[in-house]
Design a binder for this molecule. Structure first.
Ligand code: IPE
Ligand code: IPE
Ligand code: MG
Length: 244
């Protein structure tokens, strides 16, 4: 699904790879965990900034399907941090009008975390200011495979498995494709984030480490997005008629 930009060049859907927490901590001679902790605060800040800018969807990469490769103390630290963040910020997110959705494979996470996710989703389901998709134990390849599997289970005939049909089975089928992708931390890669949905997304890479990301950096990314000429394979030139 290609999303039409909403009001005056504001992206409807922003997707962020929140990278650089570890390096932020390292620079301060702190354990990596402290970087992740600061990262949660950055996320709360950015959620508010998105609401203020009337962005409708924000998808953040919080834990990838490959992040299990990290040392077990970092993984368990992250799981604990997520639980703590839900109990600390859920009410506030609800009051801000945020609808929370978790995307990713929930099988591998603990019962406690699964229950916290369910609570976060049900208690904010009625909100409509901003949809916050938290990609957790998520991988773009996982998403495509789970979509294919479910389509097969539903008995969709091969001839009917179009791009539009498969999109219906993707984890974020309720959201338009992201208009703007931001990766902090300076790496120039997608790291298995939203592979299917970013076909025509505009990419902005920032050297800013995620814990330091805020309104100013978001505005910089939006300004870069606004300066792009989105053609979706067509031709944007005066006098050239556009096909639907
Ligand atoms: C991103 O920060 C957070 C997660 C992957 C959970 P990193 O932990 O990858 O930070 P760097 O890239 O090592 O600095
Ligand atoms: C991507 O960052 C995943 C998240 C931000 C959750 P990584 O730090 O895991 O990515 P690589 O290993 O540098 O590609
Ligand atoms: Mg990283």
């Amino acid at each position: 699904m290609v999303s039409a930009d909403s009001k005056a060049g504001v992206p409807r859907h922003v997707a962020i790879v929140m990278d650089g927490n570890g390096r932020w901590a390292k620079k301060r001679f702190l354990p990596r965990f402290f970087g992740h902790k600061q990262g949660v605060d950055a996320l709360v800040r950015v959620v508010q900034a998105c609401i203020d800018r009337e962005i409708e969807y924000l998808t953040v990469f919080a834990f990838s399907s490959e992040n299990w490769k990290r040392p077990s103390d970092e993984v368990s630290g992250l799981m604990g941090l997520v639980l703590a963040a839900v109990s600390r910020y859920l009410a506030r997110m609800g009051a801000m009008g945020v609808r929370i959705r978790i995307v990713g494979d929930r099988e591998a996470v603990s019962d406690k975390l699964r229950a916290a996710w369910a609570e976060a989703e049900t208690s904010t389901a009625h909100n409509s200011k901003l949809t916050l998709n938290v990609a957790f134990n998520y991988g773009g390849r996982w998403d495509i495979v789970q979509a294919c599997r479910r389509a097969i289970e539903d008995g969709v005939p091969a001839a009917e498995l179009t791009e539009a049909k498969l999109s219906e089975y993707m984890a974020m089928n309720y959201a338009p494709d992201p208009d703007l992708f931001i990766r902090t931390g300076g790496e120039l890669r997608i790291s298995n984030f939203m592979l299917w949905q970013t076909a025509y997304t505009e990419f902005v890479f920032s050297d800013c480490l995620w814990p330091e990301f805020g309104e100013a950096q978001l505005d910089e990314a939006i300004a870069a997005f606004r300066a792009r000429d989105r053609r979706f394979g067509g031709v944007n030139a005066p006098g050239v008629p556009q096909e639907a």
